[in-house]
Design a protein around this ligand. Structure first.
Ligand code: ATP
Ligand code: MG
Length: 404
């Protein structure tokens, strides 16, 4: 199918094959990232099918169809492949085999081979280092013997990270001595790991780059990220770094997307060292938590961009409309019931996003909010104040209930 759009765009942008609104798109994974993808696709006029084993999938609330089945369920995959003109994924831990199977039935973006790299830290770090991208010193650990040898090359303090299925700092153990490392390794059932040097971070930043099927690329403004207990807490956009460093990080993300022959939205997490050197921490073949501010602060959100790359549409503008600060809302804020949203709504430039999750477990990402303002300092001050007020109200009502 060829898109014939009204004529303000340069001719080259009109001739690529694309999946037009009205078609059906699929997404593997029905969490918050799938939900925001589904929402972006629906408002653009697409139909959406979500595959997720969770009957309470947040994405299903915005989808036309929810296939409630496992990611390796052959019948469900076949159904998904037949229904959809193009399929993407909300997370990297879907079996690459499932993506391969779907690729025989439909367009799958990003490709299974790239998702396979990002779902395994050993493959990911080896790929990045092999391609000449800077990463923290690391060693591959598959046996206790390799672990002992690795500690010779990567002295403590270090971090032992499971190679697969880690997120939000889970599957990571700080290593201060050999005994720690061996205990963690055995606790995880001798699963393959990487031992990584703990580096002195000046800052953490991330770049989200979109690359179309024809090689067009566009980066969102660099985000500056603060973590708490291994989970992203606050993203500040634009990052408070020099223009030269922002350009360097974006350039690296673009080069990586080109090297991977990537099609889709790719997130690249960086460590910034004291001398402004950049190291790539990890990559995610999908929209990223640190890109949620784009929903309210950019001409095109990272989720609309995901739809565009998936469908072969031209990329949207990533221009920042306003400085913005995003704060994650985790389950403990619900410890005493629904948070006091009045504290947030009082602020006219705060935007609330809730993910429709029923069970607010501690540490679970339940939603986020974004504060826009004229300067990044004002946006940050407002965001931190709202966060503090919400936490205080939650603590006060928990205390009142306890003493009643
Ligand atoms: P997420 O899902 O939030 O991206 P993750 O479980 O994939 O997290 P990482 O990104 O590897 O894990 O690490 C989580 C955080 O731990 C990093 O953002 C950083 O703050 C810290 N960290 C990880 N590796 C290192 C390191 N080598 N040196 C210093 N800090 C580190
Ligand atoms: Mg990370």
């Amino acid at each position: 199918m060829i898109l014939v759009a009204p004529g303000v765009l340069p001719p080259a942008r009109l001739t690529r094959p694309c999946v037009s609104p009205g078609a059906t798109l699929g997404v593997l994974g029905g969490g918050q990232l799938g939900r925001m993808f589904a929402y972006a696709a629906r408002i653009m006029g697409y139909h959406v099918v979500v595959l997720d084993p969770d009957p309470h999938s947040p994405a299903a609330q915005f989808a036309d169809v929810h296939l409630c089945a496992g990611y390796d369920d052959q019948a469900a995959l076949l159904d998904l492949g037949k229904r959809c003109a193009a399929i993407t994924t909300e997370f990297e831990n879907v079996p690459a085999r499932s993506l391969d199977m779907l690729a025989a039935l439909s367009a799958v973006r990003p490709a299974a081979a790239v998702v396979a790299i990002a779902q395994d830290r050993i493959t990911e770090k080896s790929y990045l280092a092999g391609q000449g991208f800077p990463v923290a010193p690391f060693a591959v650990v598959r046996t206790e013997q390799e672990l002992r040898a690795a500690l010779g090359n990567i002295p403590a303090p270090a971090i032992l990270k499971r190679s697969r299925l880690g997120y939000d700092g889970k599957g990571q153990a700080p290593v201060t001595n050999l005994e720690h490392a061996v205990t963690a390794f055995h606790l995880w059932g001798d699963e393959p790991c990487v031992l990584e040097q703990r580096v002195a971070l000046e800052k953490e930043i991330s770049v989200i780059v979109a690359r179309g099927a024809d090689g067009e690329t566009a980066c969102f403004p660099v985000a500056e990220n603060r973590h708490q207990d291994g989970i992203l807490d606050v993203s500040i956009v634009p990052a408070r770094i020099s223009a030269a460093l922002a350009q360097q990080a974006s350039g690296m993300a673009i080069r990586l997307s080109e090297r991977l022959q990537y099609c889709g939205v790719l997130a690249v997490e960086f460590f910034v060292l004291a001398d402004d050197r950049l190291l790539i921490n990890e990559i995610a073949p999908r929209p990223h938590n640190s890109g949620h501010a784009t929903l309210d602060a950019c001409v095109t959100s990272q989720f609309e961009q995901q739809v565009r790359t998936l469908c072969g549409l031209p990329l949207g503008s990533t221009r920042l409309l306003s400085p913005a600060v995003m704060v994650n809302l985790l389950g403990h804020l619900w410890a005493d019931g629904e948070p006091h949203w009045g504290e947030l709504f009082q602020h006219p430039q705060a935007k609330l996003h809730l993910y429709g999750k029923g069970e607010p477990r501690p540490g679970r990402k339940m939603g986020h909010f974004t504060c826009l303002d004229e300067s990044i300092e004002q946006a940050l001050a407002a965001a931190l104040e709202i966060k503090a007020r919400l936490l205080k109200r939650a603590a006060t009502s928990a205390h009142t209930k306890e003493s009643a």
